[in-house]
Design a protein around this ligand. Structure first.
Ligand code: FAD
Ligand code: PHB
Length: 395
């Protein structure tokens, strides 16, 4: 039977980043991914990185292109009643955020992994986890019709919300917290220079819209849509018409109907599974939690889980100490719940909820307060740029 120190399930940003950090520490890993490398490299998702996430990517040695091409944003805007209100992240917190697509991070991490020579198996089928409660777990899978089994010290479950890892934990052990929202986001990517300089999160009578970007020549835009909506039913023209009606007159006049490169619908969900550990299995990223994208926190949370897991494993191999491993789940959960709160708050304030006149007044009141109170802006800003990492050992 083959052997590795840490078997990583999933080659999304969480799995690839963990693999890179552990490789730099001299710890062997094997990454098993269900999809093809091309598929993983072409998924369009997140766009906003906290400074703490950039630090972790630097530590992994994969930040040079990010520094060359990433765009630093010192503020974000909230659109409401036809006006835009700027939240000055830099003045309020001393920090900004970096706009750099998850697709680019994935490419940088995949290239670094290929250069390191560390093994990855793409199109691994029927991945199954065994003997998690003991000290010698195993992972089995099939690749190109051949069955394989790998012995390891630890398994990192980085296989996203629909993966096998969380489902391998007995239901009696896992506590799940969930909220499903009655709408989704329809996203469109297009090659056109963005007329906006910073992201605009718009609460309009017709529903939420977000004006984002990927580069000085590429926009990423979203509109709140119904859960019954299908991408095929939205032409590019219909998307732009709806986006214009929500984003405010100035930007509506300045954005053209550029053809889409990609269009997709994502449902919105808040979800946390506790604890993030079962024996020798550790969950990280979307495998353990989902936030609605309104707070731009999903990828950033995946990066902080991975940093904590890396530090715990490093201390296990260097100092033979299990303390970091024991602390892993509670340490992650503190930051996870804060990001859940912020993402729920942003979602609640900016979307149109069906049949909720009281909720609408609450949104109006909350947003007016935000625009008038520096304290409220500071609270939003410090969450948006990302709360500090918890040190290991609680010190
Ligand atoms: P994933 O990216 O889901 O990767 C998991 C991997 O595991 C996948 O490659 C999958 O194929 C693989 N896998 C699944 N099952 C198996 C199996 N059985 N065996 C082997 N492999 C398996 N976050 C932000 O921080 N900022 C943003 O601005 C932002 N915007 C977003 C916008 C949208 C529209 C969406 C949908 C998400 C956004 N996010 C954002 C969230 C972010 O994209 C995710 O949180 C992030 O991808 C999580 O990374 P992950 O590696 O944990 O999971
Ligand atoms: C994106 O650019 O895809 C994006 C940006 C900010 C968000 C969500 C998504 O809150």
């Amino acid at each position: 039977m083959k052997r590795t120190q840490v078997a990583i399930v999933g080659a999304g940003p969480a799995g690839l980043l963990l693999g890179q950090l552990l490789h730099k520490e001299g710890i062997d890993t094997l990454i098993l991914e269900r999809r093809s490398a091309e598929y993983v490299g072409s998924r369009i998702r997140a766009g906003v990185l906290e400074p703490g996430t950039v630090d972790v990517l630097e530590r992994a040695g994969v930040a040079s292109r990010l520094h060359a091409e990433g765009l630093i944003h010192d503020g974000v805007e909230i659109g409401f009643r036809g006006q835009r209100h700027r939240i000055d992240l830099k003045a309020l917190t001393g920090k900004g955020v970096t706009v750099y697509g998850q697709t680019e991070i994935t490419h940088d991490l995949m290239n670094a992994r290929a250069a390191s020579g560390a093994p990855s198996v793409y199109e691994a089928e029927d991945v199954a986890l065994h003997e998690l409660a003991g000290t010698s777990p195993r992972v089995s899978y099939r690749h190109q019709g051949v069955a394989h089994e790998v012995a390891c010290d630890f398994i990192a479950g980085c296989d996203g919300f629909h993966g096998v890892s969380r489902r391998s934990i007995p239901a009696s052990v896992l506590k799940v917290f969930e909220r499903v929202y009655p709408f989704g986001w329809l996203g469109l990517l297009a090659d056109v220079p963005p007329p906006w300089h910073e992201l605009i999160y718009a609460n309009s009578e017709r529903g939420f819209a977000l004006a984002s970007l990927r580069s000085p020549t590429r926009v990423r835009c979203y509109v709140q849509c119904s859960l019954e909506d299908r991408v095929e039913n939205w032409s590019d023209e219909q998307f732009w018409d709806e986006f214009r009606r929500r984003i405010g007159d100035e930007m509506a006049a300045r954005i053209s109907n550029a053809p889409s490169i990609e269009k997709s619908i994502a449902p919105l969900r808040s979800f946390v599974a506790e604890p993030l550990r079962f024996g020798r299995l550790f969950l990280a990223g979307d495998a353990a939690h989902i936030v609605p994208p309104t707070g731009a926190k999903g990828l950033n949370l995946a990066a902080s889980d991975v940093l904590y897991l890396y530090e715990s494993l490093r201390s296990f191999y260097r100092e033979k100490s299990e303390r970091g491993l024991d602390e892993y789940s509670p340490r992650c959960l503190k930051r996870i719940w804060r990001a859940e709160r912020f993402s729920w708050w942003m979602t609640s304030q900016l979307h149109r909820f069906p049949d909720d006149a009281f909720g609408r007044r609450m949104q109006e009141t909350e947003l007016e307060y935000l625009f008038e109170s520096r304290a409220a802006q500071q609270s939003m800003a410090e969450n948006y740029v990302g709360l500090p990492f918890e040190p290991m050992g609680g010190s």
